[in-house]
Design a protein around this ligand. Structure first.
Ligand code: ZN
Length: 271
């Protein structure tokens, strides 16, 4: 089985210091956290930016600072979020791509979040994919339900995304797809055979979905974006979540990929 790629999503849009002191929100906190997670075994860092009040920010300067400082100090693959919570307009999402991260997230459809709708209409998806293709940035297709797999494949059929595609299944978010192994198997079986994939679970589902993915040959995403607890009643920090999945994967006989090994597995282009 190929080595395990661990993505860490340290910040996201939601958790704030009032929820957990361990969430990194300033530029320096996010950069330091990324370095620690690389030391523990992460090979990809998924980046969101926050403003001074810890709210999601679409300020390209903040993204730029975070990406530049991480690049200077470590070898992690940087994956910038193009999610819409921090500004729904296309221009701000496109702007984040201009710093040319190796990867960026691309949600190929619309879905309900617990208290809002996450709307990604076809023209917006197409514009983001076109720009990623132009800048040679590999999209991670964010899959919140089955239709989004078909939409991603349709992009590759139209030469707006290169095969092999890479997918991330987001499971267990209230309002969206439940985190059940039978759904994970069905999603996995719906992919083109040359694809790579990652499983993310929200809340307590993070650990279970991660472990199913380890056993099935997929990859994993951990981090406070999806889950702020180590176990019931005990807050986590990002590096401990990385440490735990490294330890469990090795126990299960699967070694962990370095960033350069992850680049080969994902067929990222040299930059
Ligand atoms: Zn995200």
């Amino acid at each position: 089985m190929k080595k395990l790629i661990i993505t860490v999503a340290p910040t996201g849009s939601k958790p704030q210091k009032k929820h957990t002191e361990y969430v990194p929100v300033t530029i320096e906190e996010i950069v330091t956290c990324a370095l620690r997670c690389e030391d523990e075994g992460a090979s990809i860092v998924h980046i969101h930016a926050r403003d001074e009040d810890e709210n999601p920010s679409d300020d390209p300067q903040i993204f730029h600072e975070i990406v530049t400082r991480i690049k200077e100090r470590c070898n992690l693959i940087i994956q910038v979020s193009t999610g819409g919570r921090a500004g729904t307009n296309l221009e701000s999402r496109l702007q984040r791509l201009q710093m040319r991260p190796e990867m960026a997230s691309l949600t190929t459809g619309s879905v309900n979040f617990p208290n809002s709708a996450y709307v990604n209409p076809p023209d917006l998806i197409e514009a983001l994919a076109t720009e990623m293709q132009r800048l040679r940035i590999k999209p991670e297709m964010e899959i919140f339900d089955l239709s989004m797999i078909n939409n991603a494949i349709a992009l590759s059929d139209r030469d707006l995304a290169d095969r092999p595609l890479h997918f991330n299944f987001v499971m267990g978010l209230p309002g969206a797809m439940p985190a059940k192994v039978e759904h994970l198997v069905h999603l996995y079986q719906s992919l083109p055979s040359d694809s790579t994939w990652t499983a993310s679970g929200i809340g307590a589902a993070q650990l279970t979905m991660n472990l199913h993915a380890v056993l099935m040959g997929g990859h994993v995403r951990v981090g406070l974006e999806d889950n702020i607890y180590y176990k019931k009643g005990e807050l986590a920090n990002n590096d401990r979540l990385v440490q735990r999945v490294v330890r469990l994967s090795k126990e299960l006989g699967r070694d962990v990929a370095t960033p350069d090994e992850a680049r080969k597995i994902l067929r990222l282009e040299p930059q």
